[in-house]
Ligand binder design. Sequence first.
Ligand SMILES: N[C@@H](CCC(=O)N[C@@H](CS)C(=O)NCC(=O)O)C(=O)O
Length: 232
Amino acid sequence: MIDLYYWPTPNGHKASIMLEEVGLEYELHAINILRGDQFKPEFLAVSPNNKIPAIVDRQGPRGQPYPVFESGAILMYLADKTGRLLPHDTAARYDVVQWLMFQMGSVGPFFGQCGHFKGYAPEPIPYAIDRYYRETLRLYGVLDRRLAAQPYLAGADYSIADVAVYPWTMPVIRALHGVDIDEFAHVRRWGEEIAARPAVQRGTALLADVMKIGDPDEAARAALFGQQQYER
Ligand SMILES: N[C@@H](CCC(=O)N[C@@H](CS)C(=O)NCC(=O)O)C(=O)O
């Protein structure tokens, strides 16, 4: 049994999609990051950087409960635990790991800042919007060129690299970023295929009714970018 600490955001969806893909039994714990649940001591014990997603594998290595934070590490852990979506062969494995790291180091942070300055900053800062929007479009170009040559990011097979990138390209997130998917035909083809997977539909439906993009209220602003976030 896996405990999943989650809120319906792109990073949260990576873990929920993966759990649905591999078919492990899990218990959902909603961490309302708009209301400060991420700062509760019981959550920080699992996720010291106060961010979702996180998991605890009740039957971890040596039969002991094992906590994992950072979505990329969660994907690798669940892939290794189940033998799914991350091959053992060295070259095939590192084809996946490279694109997973590309997501963790570039797509997540830059798309995240693009969304922040377009949808969350209290006033428009043209330099920041331009910087992160242009970088987002550049990264879409990298994805598009890769997916023109290969069905999936790591090659012929669906992998945890696709699980990591897909939630950041979902229509609701693209709309926040202002990306016209018709300019990236290969990303569109790939995204439509992934969106059709039943596990992806189940994983992105979790708590979907509370998902709110942009325009945070005062309490959410304090939790995410204000006093509550920085008081320690
Ligand atoms: N590098 C982390 C990023 C996770 C992250 O940014 N999570 C956001 C939601 S998408 C969060 O929990 N924010 C709450 C906070 O910053 O207090 C990962 O990939 O797991």
